[in-house]
Structures are given as structure tokens and as C-alpha cells.
Design a protein around this ligand. Structure first.
Ligand SMILES: Cc1cc2nc3c(=O)[nH]c(=O)nc-3n(C[C@H](O)[C@H](O)[C@H](O)COP(=O)(O)O)c2cc1C
Length: 418
């Protein structure tokens, strides 16, 4: 029986361990986590979601405060359209984060940035262009286009000097999405360097409707591989979503996948950005504690722990400080839902909003516990401490478990010193 280490992912001149740690915003897939993947010969992701919050936290900048000071006057206004991002500042923050990560990179692996189209930022095209351009300027190895069809994204950077040398890939959840992307992108004369096929068991936002349970990753991966073969396109296919053990990963590699993208197992690594208190919630979760709901203002279903403090919370929208989900017209469905509740309960000191969540504020505060479907198995990957909590893992341990384990085994870490 083969193990992951029997395979390699070839991306241009790079020969890589075929394990990619998926992007997890906001600062859940930290630079430290991505750098571990690269050091060990695989691919890690940072994320540019809420980049100003990330740089303020990691690089002592004051971008959020500055933006809030500029737009404070608008806080009680229902119309958020005046709240614009300064493109120069977005570029600056992105460069800081990317360059700060890349200069610490060791080993033969790569670091990519996860770029979500659904972060529309009150000027979708302009901000996306700046985000990708700045990441390329700052030396990122590659960009993974996520959370959206990205039909115009290649065109936004086709004039960049690194457009043909940086590794560019896209996450899709169906052959149809890939077909559309290839069709709309053909004019740029550039194919993606890899395609991540994300199935319905992944964490974060899902590329499926609420009928997600009807779909199966292996089937979609086989369809994508067949489609590319029919089209005589040689593009590495990287399945993601519910690949929990090295054996799960090896099975995909044996069936023609070029690598796997994994995330949930790394949410309980010490290099991951989640506070340990939240990591313990992930460990404790049972299958019944996990749901897919529609409270994300992006419009995509999202998987999370039912106990997430964000669910039902009615915090005042904070678009003046954040505003990453404002669409091209300055609208966010949480703002609409919040105003509806305030109007319906004029005397309430605090309202509850059940149908939508203030994703920016709650992701920033680690109060929205998005997770993969198999989060309930994390407790099997470590030791329980005497006080009932679970021992945090190292990214290296999890990475190597994927790389070398066989027979559906999960390698437990050494028991930590008391
Ligand atoms: C906590 C968490 C946050 C995530 N955030 C993002 C994100 O910001 N962008 C994205 O494209 N995918 C996101 N994902 C999806 C992962 O990158 C990955 O494709 C998927 O979760 C892999 O499946 P697995 O978690 O079962 O291993 C997230 C996943 C998790 C668990």
C-alpha cells in the first residue's frame, strides 16, 4: 500500500511533497503555519482576508484605527457606500504581510496566498487587482483564487511581470465552474498551474447549496480529471475537503490527484492562529455540534460549530473599521438584517440577528468557529490531558502524519511534559 511520500507534486521546476495546507482566513492559516509547510517541502497558504487586521496584529500597524477615524462619522448611517478602502493602504498592508512571510521562508516548499473573490470590499475589481498585484510584487510564490468564480481575475493581473512565472491556481467545486473559468480566461493565454477541487466536507464557505450532502469529493475529482484528459490539458488536480488521514490522501494520489489540500487537521496545531480556547472547542466537538448554515453575508453556505458566539449575535455593523463584505454598491446583507431588527425592536438595548452574521467582526475576534465536517475526529489525533483538555499538536507532527502514515493510522504526538 502506498503512502503520500511515494508521490511528488511537480509545479514547474518545483518538486514538492504533495501536501498543501489550505488558506484559512482571518489569520487562522498564519505565516508560521504556512512556513512550516514550506520548510517540510510542501505548500502552505497565508490569506489576505482582512489584511489590515492581520498586519495590525502581526506588524504593529494601525490601519484599522486609521480607517475607523476617517469614517467614524458614518457609523450610524445605514448607507455604507461612502466607506471605501484606500487602495494604496491595501497594497501596503498586503506587501507587508507577504514580504514579512516570504523573507522568513526556509526549505524547498512554497507559500501561496488565498485570495477570496467574495471579499468585495466596496469596490470588487479594484481591490482584488490591488490585492493580487501587491502579493506578486512582494514575492509570493503563488496565488490560489478562492470563494468565487474568478472569471475576470487573471485579466486583472495579466500585465504584471510575474503573471506567467508565479503559480496561479483556482478552487472549484464542479467541472462546470472549471469550464467557465477556463473559457473566460482563455483570452489571457494562460492556464492555471493547479486546480483545487473542494468537496462538500471542507471548512469555511462551501461551493455548494444546502444540498451539499448529496455531493461527494471523489466523484467530482474523477469528473474533473476526466474533463481535463478529454481536453488534453495537463493541469495538476488537488482534492480538498474531508481528507483526514495519510491513507485518505494516498487513495486520492493513487487515483490521479497530484496533491491534496488539507486544513482541519491543522486547526489544532500550535502554529495555527486560533486561540487555544477555541482549539479546545474544536477538539471537544461531536458530529452533532457541527452545522452548515446560511448566515454568512457572502451568500455561500458556511460550516461552523453550532456553539460559535457569532451565531445569533446582533452586534452593530463595523463597516467603518472593516467593511470587507460590502458589495459594489456598499451593501452587506448583515447590515440590512441588523437594521431590520433594530427597526422591529426600537426599545431593545441589544438585538439578536439570527439569519445573518457580522462576518468581519466575528472572524476578527475568532468568534465564528468555522470548521471542516471531520472536526469531530480531531480528538482522536491527540492525548487528553488530566484536566480534560486536549494536547495541542505541532504542524510538523500533523504534516508528517499525512506524509508517512498508512492503514488509516493516526500518529499520536509524544505526551507533553506535565
Ligand atoms: C477554519 C477554516 C477556515 C477556512 N478558511 C478558508 C478561507 O478563508 N478561504 C478558503 O478558500 N478556504 C478556507 N477554508 C477551506 C480550506 O482551505 C480547505 O480547502 C478545506 O477545509 C480542506 O478540507 P479539510 O478541512 O477537511 O481538510 C477554511 C477551512 C477551515 C477549516
Amino acid at each position: 500500500m502506498k503512502r503520500v511520500d511515494d508521490f511528488r507534486l511537480q509545479l514547474g521546476k518545483h518538486e514538492l511533497v504533495p501536501i498543501m495546507i489550505g488558506g484559512m482566513g482571518v489569520d487562522i492559516s498564519t505565516a508560521d503555519l504556512a512556513l512550516e509547510a514550506a520548510r517540510l517541502g510542501g505548500v502552505g497558504h497565508i490569506s489576505d482576508a482582512m489584511i489590515k487586521t492581520v498586519t495590525d496584529r502581526r506588524y504593529q500597524t494601525k490601519y484599522v484605527k486609521e480607517k475607523l477615524a476617517l469614517y467614524k462619522y458614518n457609523a450610524l448611517n445605514e448607507d455604507k457606500s461612502p466607506v471605501k478602502f484606500d487602495l494604496g493602504k491595501i497594497a501596503e498592508a498586503t506587501r507587508l504581510h507577504v514580504a514579512g512571510t516570504m523573507e522568513r521562508k526556509r526549505g524547498s516548499g512554497l507559500v501561496f496566498v488565498n485570495c477570496m473573490e467574495k471579499l468585495t470590499m466596496n469596490a470588487p475589481k479594484e481591490t482584488l487587482k490591488v490585492r493580487m498585484t501587491a502579493a506578486l510584487d512582494a514575492g509570493i510564490d503563488g496565488i490560489t483564487l478562492a470563494a468565487g468564480l474568478h472569471l475576470g481575475s487573471f485579466a486583472l493581473i495579466e500585465d504584471h511581470p510575474r503573471f506567467r512565472d508565479a503559480k496561479l491556481g483556482i478552487i472549484v467545486s464542479s467541472v462546470r465552474a472549471l469550464q467557465l473559468f477556463l473559457k473566460k480566461t482563455a483570452r489571457t493565454n494562460r492556464l492555471p498551474d493547479f486546480v483545487v477541487v473542494e468537496g462538500p466536507l471542507a471548512g469555511g464557505h462551501l461551493g455548494f447549496g444546502m444540498d451539499w450532502a448529496q455531493y461527494d469529493l471523489a466523484t467530482i475529482v474523477a469528473e474533473v480529471i476526466q474533463f481535463l484528459k478529454n481536453e488534453h490539458l495537463d493541469i495538476p488536480v488537488i482534492p480538498a475537503g474531508g481528507i483526514f488521514t495519510g491513507s485518505d490522501a494516498a487513495a486520492f494520489l493513487e487515483n490521479g490527484a497530484a496533491a491534496v489540500q488539507v486544513a482541519t487537521r491543522f486547526t489544532v496545531a500550535k502554529e495555527c492562529g486560533l486561540p487555544e480556547k477555541v482549539q479546545q472547542e474544536y477538539f471537544k466537538a461531536s458530529e452533532e455540534d457541527i452545522e452548515v448554515n446560511q448566515i454568512s453575508p457572502t451568500g455561500y453556505p458556511m460550516r461552523m460549530l453550532k456553539g460559535s458566539p457569532a451565531i445569533g449575535d446582533g452586534i452593530r455593523p463595523n463597516c467603518e473599521a472593516y467593511g470587507y463584505l460590502l458589495d459594489a454598491n456598499g451593501k452587506c446583507s448583515y447590515v440590512t438584517a441588523y437594521n431590520r431588527e433594530v427597526a422591529a425592536h426600537p426599545d431593545a438595548r441589544k438585538v439578536s440577528v439570527m439569519d445573518k452574521t457580522c462576518l468581519c467582526t466575528h472572524m476578527r475576534n475568532f468568534d465564528l468557529w468555522t470548521c471542516g465536517h471531520l472536526t469531530y475526529r480531531l480528538k482522536d489525533t491527540t492525548h487528553k490531558r488530566a484536566d480534560g483538555s486536549y494536547q495541542i499538536l505541532s504542524a510538523e507532527h500533523v504534516f508528517k502524519d499525512y506524509q508517512f502514515s498508512v492503514d488509516q493510522k493516526l500518529a499520536l504526538p509524544e505526551v507533553e511534559a506535565a
